[in-house]
Design a protein around this ligand. Structure first.
Ligand code: HEC
Length: 143
């Protein structure tokens, strides 16, 4: 006798359904004016990038120069759980890692403003969503 397989009845959602959910999630997240937590921002950058964030790549990218004089570490320090020092003014910059400084990555407008300015200084272009996702993934792993 032929027993019908339960597998055929409980199938995973199709790719089309998953894609629709992903698009809906991006739409909902982008509509939020202010994000409350670094994890929200990270999820959004990753969705925009269309791939999972890579913390190791973010760490390497943060410490590398990208053709110019400065890396992110030039001002934010090699250990972003500690205060940094501005490469040209010498002013102290509070720690960039959220574990050490809970205000970080909590105000989207501020984050975007500084990404714009700092990416221009370091890369002479805007950072991509993938670069932002990778670096934020790394920063949120720091304790
Ligand atoms: C020339 C110095 C300098 C360099 C280089 C630099 N930054 Fe910054 N960054 C600052 C200053 C100054 C602030 C604003 C002061 C503050 O928030 O303490 C800031 C703030 C930020 C913020 C705001 C975070 C928040 O939520 O408050 C982010 C994100 C950031 N930087 C990322 C980067 C990244 C990524 C790089 C490398 C591409 C980089 N920065 C390179 C000086 C620098």
């Amino acid at each position: 006798m032929n027993v019908p397989s339960t597998r055929t009845r409980f199938r995973l959602p199709s790719r089309a359904v998953l894609a629709t959910c992903a698009v809906a999630a991006v739409a909902v997240l982008s509509a939020l004016p202010v994000l409350a937590a670094p994890a929200d921002l990270l999820a959004r950058y990753a969705a925009e990038a269309g791939r999972a964030p890579d913390a190791a790549r973010g760490q390497q990218w943060f410490h590398a120069r990208h053709g110019g004089e400065w890396s992110c570490a030039s001002c934010h320090g090699d250990q972003p759980t500690q205060d940094g020092r501005h490469a040209s003014t010498g002013r102290t910059i509070a720690a960039l890692a959220p574990a050490a400084n809970p205000k970080r990555f909590s105000d989207e407008a501020k984050v975007e403003k500084w990404f714009r300015r700092n990416c221009k200084d370091v890369l002479e272009r805007a950072c991509t969503p993938a670069e932002k996702a990778d670096v934020l993934a790394w920063l949120t792993t720091l304790k």
